[in-house]
Design a protein around this ligand. Sequence first.
Ligand code: G6P
Length: 610
Amino acid sequence: MCGIVGYVGDKKKTVNVLLDGLTRLEYRGYDSSGIALMEGGRPRVFRSTGKLSNLKKKIGKHPLEGLLGIGHTRWATHGDATEKNAHPHISGGTSVVHNGIIENFSLLKDELIKKGYKFYSDTDTEVLAHLIESCCAPGISFEDSVRAAFRRVEGSYAVAVISDRMPEKVIATRKFSPLIVALGDHENYLASDVPAILPYCRNVIFLEDGDVAVLEKNGISITDLYGDPVERNVQVINWDPVSVEKCGYRHFMIKEIHEQPEAVLDTMRGRFSEETGEVFFEGLDGSAYEDVNRITALACGTSYHASLIGKYMIETIARVPVQVEIASEFRYRNPILDKNTLAIAVSQSGETADTSEALFEAKAGGAKTLGITNVLMSKISRDADKVIYTHAGPEIGVASTKAFTTQLVVFYLLAVYLGSVKQQIDKERSIGLIRDAIRLPQLIQMTLRLDDEIKDLAKEFFHYRNFLYLGRGINYPVAFEGALKLKEVSYIHAEGYAAGEMKHGPIALIDDEMPVVVIAPKDGITYRKILGNLQEVRARRGKVIFLTSDMPPEELKGSVDRVIVIPGSNYLLSPVLSVIPLQLLAYHIAVLKGTDVDQPRNLAKVVTVE
Ligand code: G6P
């Protein structure tokens, strides 16, 4: 979950490329940061705790002129978020930055201490620096020493190394953690993720596990851990660089909330025919799913909430039973799987360790596998048998917004796809469902017009210390997602509940200090029921924010404190709209509370540890 960058070349100022790349990767972790620049044949290292701005201040006006360097932004795993634990870690003239966890670090550390190496940090990464140094010997190239060192390392890593033993090159290697190299014109880059290099070049190689890349000004060579050359394709990335800029918005989160009409449109583009009612996913063959009689969705966080909604969509349209599993739980409970099970791993980043490992568990159990991810060539997209990409574009805000709504759209289209494969829906129904989806971007646009109204609402409610979110039917997982957004960015305690469950416990919490957000788009199925639950809240003096797609009926006048009205839509698509006011509410409350909206405390966008 840490971020790594590297540069070699004389066309740009290395320090600027490193700091700029780290700025774009800061969403991956922000406990500390650091850079190492090769100057006069030796790495010069700067490190600082906290946000990248602290490192920038520290570097200040130091005239740094090196032609290559590496940088790191950290999300702490082994060792506190202190300066001594910040990367790069050093051994002699070798500097190392690392993302991941070295599982055999204690064993290696003991061995290196016996050999006389001194450790200054509490991290597992420092082991790598000393291990590389210990593998250096006369007659062995530095590249070979690095390869020899990593043949001994167990765990997950994306690593970049520079050394006075090899002052014109940067070495990079990976296993189970993402790392890309990018080819420029007489300059080359490396990074954990595409956004870091997007303003500079588009020709990218996604390194694979066990690859060792050697970057020089005029080229990149890639071998395996034994030095045998490997061929990797260059992919041209077509993301727009402005997609990783704030473009006048105060935060990425609010920019990404407002990008949802386009993100949803991009996710649907080219994936159906309104005339025939067919849905297409590149690389998917419907006949492979004819014998699927059970679906297991595996996910964490916001992706888990999207999967809970996906369950309603698939079960309603395709009539295939869907189980939704928290990925970290699924792995350790000997799940029942077979070849008629389709396991769907849902992950914005495609790198979440728990989801990725759950996917392996599903594979091992003989299930067919499918990934739904937003990141091209990410781990899950490569490990699953098939992948469907959400085309949300880069999501930088740590709290997920547009990735969520695009995941919902993929689930909806997948439901229609499977509905046809399983002959549960005819052409006419399919066309109807597709037409409902086509209206979505416009309906989202209309929902976003609530922004100012929600900002006012936030002013009225931001001082409360607890919130309850209630939903029913397909909008019950939206209650979870609304509560999660508020917790993540405003640090206010919030709970999501199925409205019908409230009377079984949470009702005890309700008094005039408890705002209750009731999510009740008109659906003709559970709407009347939720009105009943609302009365239960009012009878206990709870403050009600009522979100509906129609004005509340006369009898409710005076029973709710505030009403938010979203546009009406197909019931199955209503969560795509109902979640938007909740994203906005969390955002505006966080701004009023003065929290760090895009990088909330203790969180990271990509969680590559269990
Ligand atoms: C982290 C992020 C969440 C995200 C979750 C799952 O906790 O902070 O926003 O929902 O990981 O991430 P994924 O990339 O697998 O969807």
